[in-house]
Design a protein around this ligand. Sequence first.
Ligand code: ATP
Length: 655
Amino acid sequence: MDLRRLFLVRGAELALFALLLALPLGVHNAYALGLLTLLAIYGILLIGLDVTVGYLGQVNLAQAAFLGLGAYAAGIGLTKLGIGIIGALFVAPSVCFVFGALLALPALRLEGPQFALATLSFTALTTTALNELEGLTGGAQGLSLVRPALLGHALDARDFYWLCMALLALVWMAMRNLLSSQWGRAFEALRDSPIATDAMGVGTYRHKVAAFAFGSGLGGLAGALYAFNFQYLQPQSFVYELTVILLLGVVLGGRKSLWGAVVGATVVALLPNLLSNRLLFEVFSGAGLLVALVAGGRGLLRRTMGPFQAIAPMVATGTLVVGGRIVENTEDWRKAIFALILFSVVVGLPEGLMGFLTRFLARLFRIAPPPLPAAAPIDDVLPARPVDGAALLELRDLKRHFGGVKAVDGVTISVRAGSIHGLIGPNGSGKSTLVNVVSGLYTPSAGAVLLHGAPLPSGSLFKTARAGVARTFQNLQLFTGLTALENVMVALKGVYRSPLPLVLLGLGRAEDRRAQADALALLDFVGLADQARTPAKDLTYGAQRFLEIARALARKPEVLILDEPAAGLAQPDVVRQIEIIRRVHRRGVSIVLIEHHMDVVMQLCDVVTALDGGKLIAEGTPDEVKRHPRVIEAYLGDVEAGHPPKPAAGAPVPG
Ligand SMILES: Nc1ncnc2c1ncn2[C@@H]1O[C@H](COP(=O)(O)OP(=O)(O)OP(=O)(O)O)[C@@H](O)[C@H]1O
């Protein structure tokens, strides 16, 4: 990392922690020190929450419960088992990690509101259990404890603050290492396209569960510190209201940002004072209105915001300013106040304060990303496979029915090693369903799929990808938030070997550099090396199609399924795409090609299978199939039914 970059990026972090650690030397006010301690505790808690809310994009309403669970695990460990402070700092996160994994296993099979409800139920269950298990927790009476000594050293308020800050710094570093590793890329990838994440052999579900459990573990660590800090625990401290406040913290600070978590933690720590201290409330709401006016006004002038997005936050923060002057006691209105703040941020600053600030600072300082390594030799990344022409992928009497619709109805095909095997047929003939079954997206209704004579896993994109079958998608499934390079890096096979603890310690960087070099080689292979740093969403449509192929090649597949790779491409890009597919073929990768462009099929395929109504109607060389009467009939029927073959199909099959 060059010095300027090191100074700008890491310098700010070092300055933050140096300042925070030095503060107690100058600040002797016990109350202020208490607030700073809370900031550190909530910082750890919100970094954990941001893993699910920011990176997985799921509304997690269980983090308050994990704070409580961690606090009680530490409290019970100290009071009933005498485990000491170090023991408690291990036990609390471990308990929450396990409970987090147990909750995630079923809950993460749900999506959106159902997941949010599952986590909300967990919060309700936890507080009820903490209330009812009186023998263990003291129930509504609460649990008192005394902050234990650390290695024989009694911790006063300042020492304890330093302990909390040191742990926040450690969590920050570990999280930064995790998020910049393959784990972080996988988290982002699965949010953009869970299907493609599985199809790239990454395993959406296991990453989601691991991320949730990890975030819950951080909730537990924060809980232990919370217990040592307050030395008195009551179940009602960990209810819905705290859950909402924590979400507010993450959203306000800015998702997917460690800085955002600390900014959010500051707001959460200050919130009670904000509500009880009228002057502070007026300053806060006034500042909010100012930000809303500046951001909204700028957005309107530059046309980057619609009128609603610009004006609604002004109205909401204006209501806070006026309301703060009218109402007698702001604490009575706290839920309405939370709602107005949350509304203003969600509408006006969806990236949160840090998201907004980071974009601004990045423009101001123009921090150049670190240089990329040289591309690895393509022979190392995608070694040429010897081809013997033997049967490689076999479909035997394969069926997939959807209720009464026989989308695939008893198809037997043999794809030879080293061939390009075309799959054609009019719209709705079952091509996509067939490759969806082969690649594991759908479970077959009957029949078998064999690779090298052994059954391929059925109904699992992830397992099929791991077995050596990669694919692209008819409707692009790129990880749009990641760069072209990262898209390929996510899928790279055989590079990431460091276990999680080493990654957390930052010892996985060497393999990340290797991954960059390998991914660069594949981008070069499809002609995209100069756009390695471009976010996938900003690539041209043609480049996105090429990128999907580069990403699939990162799996070093034996069989590559290309689902309409030329669909929607302009003619020059079709030519480029044909050249890319030829190049892939020359490396010995066997290809199954679904395509409506008959000129592409004619130029590329060794063998073509034609489907109609889910059944195989013809097979042979492209020329033979093109002239086959049943194929001509099927395509004419398609035209008569009002579905002409797709445009740019060159000469539609029957000619
Ligand atoms: N998930 C599904 N549920 C119900 N029916 C489906 C489903 N997927 C496909 N079908 C039906 O199965 C049949 C085959 O569809 P499929 O998409 O496989 O055809 P295709 O040959 O790929 O068509 P196209 O060229 O238009 O992509 C169609 O009748 C379609 O409506």
